[in-house]
Design a protein around this ligand. Structure first.
Ligand code: SF4
Length: 360
């Protein structure tokens, strides 16, 4: 049996072309697309402004398949982690993947205000950063466009919450799943799709230079974050093996190219690891690397993974590092810790599945 076409794999133009090929007028594609993303239809039967015969025809040829929720965990701080069970299909054997809904602020009554959705693009990761739980197990597979978009729709539906920020910082290297991630980002940004502006979507990469060059040329409608974690080539290579083939000087050139073409700063992610990259000389190297780059730095306290040999620095060390950069005139922020108690924080995704703690 062949897997039916999933309409969530299609952008607006592709949907229009497909439906035209199937004999519908061109505007039908836009109508269906609107039902998917504006009216959040659960099935073709909901699309009441389409003729009944067409709805039946579409049901026989295509599907609106979302993700199956396996487990949901809620942190003391309101962060919600979702574990999705992926189907076994043409993309490969069934695997699980996680996404996170992060409350960003609280209203006057102490209830979570805006939410940021953190998405995954791969089950596992081939980059094998040594501090990250996601890279430890064998790589699973790339997610389809529908599976990336499905995380948003699934979280929206489950939480009855809308969110106005999306970060692609979950499991996987987004640019290692280039085509599917690109298409998902275009659907997120499309005013007739999920309608999020470029500044509301951030894609984070470990720094794959060739992919980033292509990303700039293709003009993905997103902001860019780069996981730097050290401006020292040796230390970075130990933390991120991809640094050996994607060196810091070339990485900087491509980031400068992005800032010039898009007129946007790059966000540099910097996880502080005790006695590895949190010393005054590390701050000095970071400053030297950044001084002619339009950027802001997001410092992240390391979130421990029990099986990995790293620790978080003391609060004094974190403050000293931040102050050092600030005094040098850098734009620097310290990311609030969220979801640590449910292993939903940065670098922790995928860990619980590895130790088989998740129950269905
Ligand atoms: S930090 Fe990101 S790129 Fe590195 S292994 Fe983890 S998920 Fe992959």
């Amino acid at each position: 049996m062949t897997t039916p076409i999933n309409f969530y794999d299609f952008n607006r133009e592709e949907m229009t072309n497909l439906l035209t090929e199937w004999g519908s007028p061109r505007h039908t594609g836009a109508q269906v697309y609107q039902w998917l993303y504006k009216k959040k239809a659960k099935g073709f039967g909901d699309m009441t402004d389409l003729p009944k015969a067409l709805r039946e025809d579409l049901s026989s040829k295509a599907a609106l398949s979302g993700l199956r929720l396996h487990t949901k965990q809620v942190s003391q701080d309101g962060t919600i982690k979702y574990l999705w069970q992926l189907p076994t299909d043409a993309m490969g054997p069934g695997a699980t993947v996680e996404s996170v809904l992060i409350p960003m602020a609280r209203d006057e009554e102490g209830q979570p205000g805006r939410f940021t959705a953190c998405l995954s693009t791969q089950a596992g990761c081939r980059m094998k950063c040594t501090f990250c739980a996601t890279g430890v197990p064998k790589f699973g597979r790339n997610l389809s466009t529908a599976e990336i978009i499905g995380q948003i729709l699934g979280m929206e539906q489950d939480s009855s919450t809308s969110f106005n920020n999306v970060v692609v910082m979950g499991m996987g290297e987004p640019m290692d799943n280039y085509e599917h991630t690109q298409k998902a980002m275009r659907i997120l940004n499309d005013p007739e799709g999920l309608g999020l502006g470029r500044r509301r979507i951030t894609v984070s990469t470990s720094g794959l230079i060739d992919h980033m060059t292509r990303f700039i040329k293709d003009d993905w409608p997103v902001s860019l974050a780069v996981s730097l974690h050290s401006a020292d080539p040796e230390i970075r290579s130990k933390l991120m093996p991809i640094n050996r083939s994607n060196p810091l000087d070339k990485l900087k050139k491509v980031m400068i190219d992005f800032t010039r073409k898009r007129r946007l700063p790059v966000t540099l992610e910097y996880i502080l690891l005790k006695d590895v990259n949190d010393r005054p000389e590390d701050a000095q190297k970071l400053y030297s690397y950044c001084k002619d780059l339009l950027c802001k730095v997001n410092l992240i306290r390391y979130n421990p993974v029990p099986t990995l040999p790293f620790n978080a620095p003391s609060e004094e060390r974190v403050d000293a590092f931040r102050e050092d950069l600030k005094k040098r005139g850098m734009r620097v922020f310290l990311r609030e810790r969220k979801g640590v108690d449910i292993a939903a924080a940065c670098g922790q995704l995928g860990f619980e599945n590895q130790v088989d703690r998740v129950t269905s």
